[in-house]
Design a protein around this ligand. Structure first.
Ligand SMILES: Nc1ncnc2c1ncn2[C@@H]1O[C@H](COP(=O)(O)OP(=O)(O)OP(=O)(O)O)[C@@H](O)[C@H]1O
Length: 280
C-alpha cells in the first residue's frame, strides 16, 4: 500500500516515458483511504471501473464521491492538507508510482467539472486546443483544424458551432459550454474521462444532450461520473457504486455492480432505500 502525503510527492522528472498507449483503459482503485488533515473521508475503498463502460458513483452529500473521483487523476493532492493511501491502476499500472509523471496521469485521465469552465474570452477553436498547449503536444495547422472538428463532433457540439469557431466560448449557452469542455478534454485523447456532476448546472434538455454524448463516447473512452440524479445514473451507466458515510464515519462503498441490478434488486437495504429516494 502506498502512503502519500501531498507535500512529499515526487517533483523530479522520471525517465522518459514510453509512447502513451491509446484507447479506453480500465481503472482500478485498491484500498483507497483519504484524509483532509486529520479528517478521514474515505476508508479502504476498492472499485474496478471497466474499460469502454460508464461507471456511476452515487450516494448522499459528503460521503466522499468527489474526493474519490479526484484521487483517480491525482487532483486530490492539489489540496495542501490532503493525504491518501492505496493504489489507482490504469490498465494495471499504478498512477501514483513515483517513477511516473503527474502529467502522464492527468493526460490519460481527463476531468469535466460540475460548472462548465471554458476560457470565456478564448474562441471556441482555441478552447478545444487549449489542452494541447498545457500538455506540450505539437500539432500542425491542418491537424489542428481536423482535431477541432473531430472533438466537437464527438462532444456533440459541431453542428451548432461549425460556423462560428472564432467566437468566444463564453458566448455559448451553459449546456453548449459543458459540451465544449468535453470536447476540450477529448483533444488530448484521454483514456478515461471523469465527470463530476456534469449536468447539475444544466436544464433537462441540455442534460439529455450531454447524456447522449456520454453514451456515444463510451466506446472510445472509459467514463466515471458522479451524479446525484438517480434517473441519470440509471439511464447512462453500465455499472454503479453506492457510497455512504454514516454518522461521521469515513465514506465506504456499500454496494457496487451492474446498474440494472443495483436499481431493481439491490443486495443491501441501504442501497434500496437510497435508490428509491428514502434518504439522501
Ligand atoms: N478541500 C477540502 N478540504 C477539507 N475537507 C474537504 C475538502 N473537500 C472535501 N472535504 C470534505 O470531505 C468530505 C467528502 O467530501 P466530497 O466532496 O468528496 O463528498 P461528496 O460525496 O462528493 O459530496 P457532494 O455530493 O455534496 O459533492 C466532506 O466531509 C467534505 O467536507
Amino acid at each position: 500500500m502506498t502512503q502519500i502525503l501531498s507535500r512529499s510527492l515526487p517533483r523530479t522528472r522520471a525517465a522518459a516515458a514510453p509512447p502513451a498507449p491509446a484507447g479506453p483503459a480500465s481503472l482500478e482503485a485498491r484500498e483507497i483511504t483519504a484524509w483532509f488533515g486529520s479528517h478521514q473521508v474515505l476508508d479502504r475503498v476498492s472499485l474496478t471501473m471497466p474499460a469502454r463502460g460508464i461507471t456511476a458513483l452515487i450516494g448522499p452529500s459528503g460521503c466522499g464521491k468527489s474526493t474519490f473521483l479526484r484521487i483517480l487523476n491525482r487532483m486530490h493532492e492539489l489540496v495542501p492538507s490532503a493525504a491518501l493511501a492505496g493504489e489507482v491502476l490504469l490498465d494495471g499500472e499504478d498512477i501514483y508510482d513515483p517513477q511516473r509523471r503527474l502529467t502522464d496521469a492527468r493526460r490519460a485521465i481527463g476531468m469535466v467539472f460540475q460548472k462548465p469552465n471554458p476560457f470565456p474570452a478564448m474562441s471556441i477553436r482555441e478552447n478545444v486546443l487549449a489542452g494541447l498547449r498545457l500538455t506540450g503536444t505539437r500539432v500542425d495547422r491542418a491537424g489542428r483544424d481536423q482535431l477541432v472538428e473531430e472533438c466537437l463532433v464527438r462532444g456533440g457540439l459541431w453542428k451548432e458551432v461549425k460556423d462560428r469557431l472564432d467566437s468566444p466560448g463564453g458566448g455559448l449557452s451553459g449546456g453548449q459550454q459543458q459540451r465544449l469542455c468535453i470536447a476540450r478534454s477529448l483533444a488530448i485523447k484521454p483514456r478515461v474521462l471523469l465527470m463530476d456532476e456534469p449536468c447539475s448546472a444544466l436544464d433537462p434538455t441540455s442534460t439529455r444532450v450531454i447524456e447522449e454524448t456520454m453514451k456515444d463516447l463510451a466506446e472510445q473512452v472509459t467514463i466515471v461520473i458522479v451524479t446525484h440524479n438517480m434517473q441519470q445514473a440509471a439511464r447512462v451507466s453500465d455499472t454503479c457504486a453506492f457510497f455512504l458515510a454514516s454518522q461521521g464515519t469515513p465514506g465506504v462503498i456499500v454496494e457496487h455492480g451492474p446498474t440494472d441490478a443495483m436499481f431493481t434488486s439491490p443486495q443491501d437495504q441501504r442501497t434500496s432505500d437510497y435508490v428509491n429516494g428514502r434518504f439522501g
